[in-house]
Design a protein around this ligand. Structure first.
Ligand SMILES: Cc1cc2nc3c(=O)[nH]c(=O)nc-3n(C[C@H](O)[C@H](O)[C@H](O)COP(=O)(O)O)c2cc1C
Length: 332
């Protein structure tokens, strides 16, 4: 099966095509530090045979957290726990990437006022954000770069920039949330400037596998559709190795979903010559295999299924690729 074949992402050898999707566990200690929960949670999925784990949204500054219990990477002290986490995943045979994130107006941290591309709130359950000034934008770009530097020091195998789900980068990308009239707003080129500057800054400290998570379709009339996302990708393509394809989140509106509902976006982005991570309601290795066979994506991510079934890959490997079952679990 193709799902059990290795793949190389900018020099990184991943043993199979399965990916653990980034999922916030809201289980960090106060101040964003790794907890015992993470030390069990991530290595368990690596022992379960997942090829590449993408760590949950990890905030590059305190006000960029979704909640007070998100993981953070805004100080050197954070690096210690993260480094330990990476080495445990490596010991369990997996590769580990980090999702660097800033929640912008979707932050509900209780410590600091929140910011966005504009001063419009998500809905009445959220605070009104402050519109970032140009110099504050530059500071956030620098914080992403610093986060990438710390990720490198911690030993991560890949870096994902969170540009999806209506968080800060998405708030700049989308015409629905970006009403600025300076060089960071207006045309699609200007709305992409923030992301482009982040990627350029990250590339100054990180040559390894780098990709972006994007909401390919925002499911609202005033937002991005697939064709807009493809134009964004044209502007950033030279800086990235892949796209982690998702959708929605810029507004509270929710689309009709079905197994593989985002795979058509992934297939279209793949035509740009980039590797893609596809997924969304993929519940079995067989479904994932079909998506790969139809060339919808190069790797398949699993989110919710892995919360309750961390061994979903090994269970299938028992039948389709028994050599992948680690000796300790052979009798399973
Ligand atoms: C509990 C939970 C937390 C999530 N946190 C993140 C996150 O930190 N970053 C992100 O990009 N997506 C996040 N997502 C979205 C998942 O990565 C994934 O795209 C989504 O769940 C669809 O895949 P699935 O149907 O396999 O679960 C989260 C989803 C869940 C269920």
């Amino acid at each position: 099966m193709k799902i059990f074949t290795p793949i190389i992402i900018n020099g990184l050898a991943v043993k199979n095509r399965t990916v653990m999707a980034p999922m916030c566990m809201y289980s960090a200690q106060e101040d964003g530090f790794v907890s015992q929960f993470h030390r069990v949670h991530y290595p368990t999925r690596a022992y379960g045979g997942i090829g590449l784990i993408i760590q949950e949204a990890t905030a590059i500054e305190p006000r960029g957290r979704i909640t007070d219990h998100d993981l953070g990477i805004w100080s050197d002290e954070h690096g210690l726990g993260l480094k330990e986490l990476v080495s445990m995943v490596h010991m369990a045979g997996g590769k580990m990437a980090i999702q660097l994130a800033h929640a912008g107006r979707k932050s509900r941290n209780t410590f600091e006022p929140i910011v966005s591309s504009c001063n419009q709130r998500f809905n009445d359950k959220y605070d009104i954000p402050k519109q970032l000034s140009i110099s504050e934008i530059k500071d956030i770009v620098a914080a992403f770069k610093q986060g990438a530097k710390r990720a490198k020091e911690a030993g991560y195998d890949g870096i994902e920039i969170h540009g999806a789900h209506g968080y800060l980068i998405n708030q700049f990308l989308s015409p629905f949330t970006n009403k600025r009239d300076d060089e960071y707003g207006g045309s699609l080129e200007k709305r992409t400037r923030f992301l482009l500057e982040i990627l350029t800054a990250v590339r100054e400290v990180w040559r390894g596998p780098l990709w972006v998570r994007l909401s390919a379709d925002e499911y609202i009339e005033q937002g991005h559709r697939l064709e807009d996302t493809l134009k964004v990708i044209d502007l950033i393509k030279h800086l990235i190795d892949a796209v982690n394809v998702s959708s929605g989140g810029i507004s509270p509106s929710v689309p009709k979903v079905f197994p593989g509902y985002q795979l058509a976006f992934s297939a279209a982005i793949r035509e740009k010559g980039l590797l893609t991570f596809g997924g969304g309601l993929i519940n079995s290795i067989e479904e994932a295999e079909q998506a790969l066979a139809k060339e919808k994506a190069d790797l398949i991510y699993f989110g919710r299924p892995l919360l309750l079934r961390p061994f979903i890959v090994l269970e299938a490997a028992k039948t389709y690729a028994p050599e992948l079952v680690i000796p300790q679990y052979e009798r399973g």
